[in-house]
Design a protein around this ligand. Structure first.
Ligand code: TEU
Length: 541
């Protein structure tokens, strides 16, 4: 039944609340700001938004360190503001999905404070262990945090070490404790009762560790120190079978809220950067694993064959009838326009004609680029701060988190404050939404055109998928067809124009250009013979 889920053939949009729109001029985006922009999302062709964490938080990791799972941080507004957001979204037919962060809490959460004060019940909410030599100098094992340095911190008052797979101020919750599982179900219930449409589950694979807490073997990656996360192989830090079982339970719980009507199903989308087989496995539990292939497996140097291999791999591994999805960007990785310079049009077009769900990150619909020149003084990301002044630049996630560029007024129309939480990209007078709406051709207009096709074109909403490579790895092709109608996508990877004869591909003999990337400017509505297709240098059509 899940291929009829509402998220099939949709555009799923990640809102980074701090950086979308600031309604109260304090330099930080907020919930009323998001509510003001809901019409914009609908206008653009977006079907559902997911909000990065909005809960009370000391903001060490910008909301991914939660001190109250069932509230709203004052910087973003109130619970009432959230209810208004949901109500307005419902009026507009826009789905709202929340980011839930079960792996850890903030060290300022009431549970952790109680744990530190010697309350045994709450101590068991977290993962504690004795030092290796029963001392306060050697951690229980060699595990390293994602943000570098030991994954354990010693607490004098408790005389034990607690686990934190991220920052020390993000202690890992102990999901082997059934009380913790029950608490998290209460959290799901709280938000589902407010009428939201599902959850994006943060750091899903990290939730359970192998309880034996064994030392990790070393990886074979060169040039790393024993402080770097990838120095180790992490075979014991993930217990995925326990993880799948948890999601099965959560799915069952959320299904109670789902009507027989497919439109009312609750979405459960999983953030897990695991290998393909383990990622695909999540589908079996009726949850949707994010497909990070465009983020992790493809780069600016990838060839047509690489694209074909990665796309086919997902399509062939996914159980039949499930919804594919394609993530182009998020708040943890450089933006698509920066990872693939000059190709953000091409990738946007591709992700929109591929089957299933397209995932767009805050600002990528206007082709925003990373702000790489953020000074050390302005750096906010804890991962970057940990890396130190020498190394922060390559590691910082701040460059992809800068404010949305609405127009060419002060602070790109994001905020009227004197300064914003992260500086606005200097390119905002050239690159902003208002300008792109006015322009004859722009990334945003292309995005809208493709979004419309994504929803309305039967070859895309119900068609088969086939990919091919032509002209000696110069051109990538994708064919979507429902028998009656066909969509052909072509991307020229070379600096030379390419002529193709695709008469053997089962295509109609005459094709019409519906859309092309902004730079190559191939005329739309132009008719093309299938045995003689001329594709300009670096063009996507
Ligand atoms: O990220 C989880 C995750 O898998 C990280 O390894 C991520 O790849 C890393 O941050 C990249 O540098 C989630 C959130 O998306 C991230 O923003 C949080 O910092 C993290 O969880 C901890 O909650």
């Amino acid at each position: 039944i899940y291929n009829k889920s509402w998220w099939n053939n949709t555009i799923f949009y990640q809102v980074y609340p701090r950086s979308l729109y600031d309604s109260n001029d304090d330099g930080v985006g907020d919930l009323p700001g998001i509510t003001l922009k809901l019409e914009y999302f609908v206008e653009t062709g977006i079907d559902a938004i997911w909000l990065s964490p909005i809960y009370p938080s000391p903001m060490v990791d910008f909301g991914y360190d939660i001190s109250d799972f069932t509230g709203v941080d004052p910087i973003y507004g109130t619970l009432d503001d959230f209810k208004k957001l949901v109500a307005r979204a419902k009026e507009l037919g826009l789905k709202v999905v929340l980011d839930i962060v079960p792996n850890h809490s903030s060290d300022q959460h009431e549970w952790f404070k109680k744990a530190l004060s010697g309350d045994q019940k709450y101590k068991d909410y977290y993962v504690w262990a004795d030092g290796k030599n029963k001392d306060d100098k050697t951690p229980p094992n060699n595990w390293i945090s994602v943000f570098d340095g030991p994954a354990w911190t010693y607490v004098d008052a408790v005389k034990q070490w607690y686990l934190h797979q991220f920052d020390p101020r993000q202690p890992d919750l102990n999901f082997y404790n059934s009380d913790v599982q029950a608490e998290m179900i209460k959290v799901l219930k709280f938000w589902l009762d407010l009428g939201i449409d599902g959850f994006r589950v943060d750091s899903a694979a990290f939730i359970f560790e192998d309880e034996r807490l064994l030392d990790e073997p070393r990886s074979n990656i060169q040039g790393l120190t024993s402080r770097n996360y990838n120095f180790l192989r992490h075979i014991y830090t993930f217990d995925l079978s326990a993880n799948y079982k948890l999601f099965e339970e959560w799915r069952n719980f959320a299904d109670v809220y789902s009507d027989t009507n497919d439109q009312d199903q609750k979405m459960m989308v999983i953030e897990a950067y695991t290998d393909l087989d383990h990622t695909i496995e999540y589908y079996k539990y009726n949850v949707l694993p994010f497909n990070f292939k465009f983020i992790r497996n493809l780069t600016a140097a990838s060839t047509a064959n690489d694209y074909k291999r990665e796309m086919d791999e997902w399509m062939n591994s996914m159980p039949k009838g499930e919804v594919a999805n394609w993530v182009l960007g998020n708040h943890d990785n450089p933006r698509v326009a920066s990872r693939f310079p000059g190709k953000s049009d091409h990738l946007t077009m591709l992700s929109m004609i591929l089957p299933g769900m397209t995932v767009t990150y805050n600002g990528d619909e206007i082709g925003m680029v990373d702000k790489r020149d953020i000074s050390w003084e302005n750096t906010q990301d804890p991962q970057a701060c940990n890396a130190g002044q020498e190394n922060y630049r390559n590691i910082s996630r701040d460059p992809e988190r800068t404010p949305f560029q609405w127009d060419s007024t002060k602070n790109a129309g994001f905020s009227k404050a004197d300064s914003t939480w992260l500086p606005v990209n200097k390119n905002y007078k050239k690159l902003n939404l208002a300008k792109q709406v006015k322009a004859r051709r722009s990334h945003y207009k292309l995005y809208k055109t493709l979004a419309l096709m994504h929803h309305k074109e039967p070859a895309l909403t119900e068609g088969s998928y086939k990919s091919f490579v032509a002209n000696d790895n110069s051109v990538l092709g994708v064919i979507r067809s429902n028998g009656c109608r066909t969509v052909l996508y072509l991307l020229n990877f070379t600096k030379k124009s390419q002529t193709l004869n695709l008469s053997g591909e089962g295509l109609p003999s005459l094709l019409v250009v519906k859309a092309s990337d902004v730079d190559s400017n191939v005329k739309t509505s132009k008719l093309v013979n299938v045995d003689k297709i001329r594709l300009p240098a670096k063009a996507a059509v």
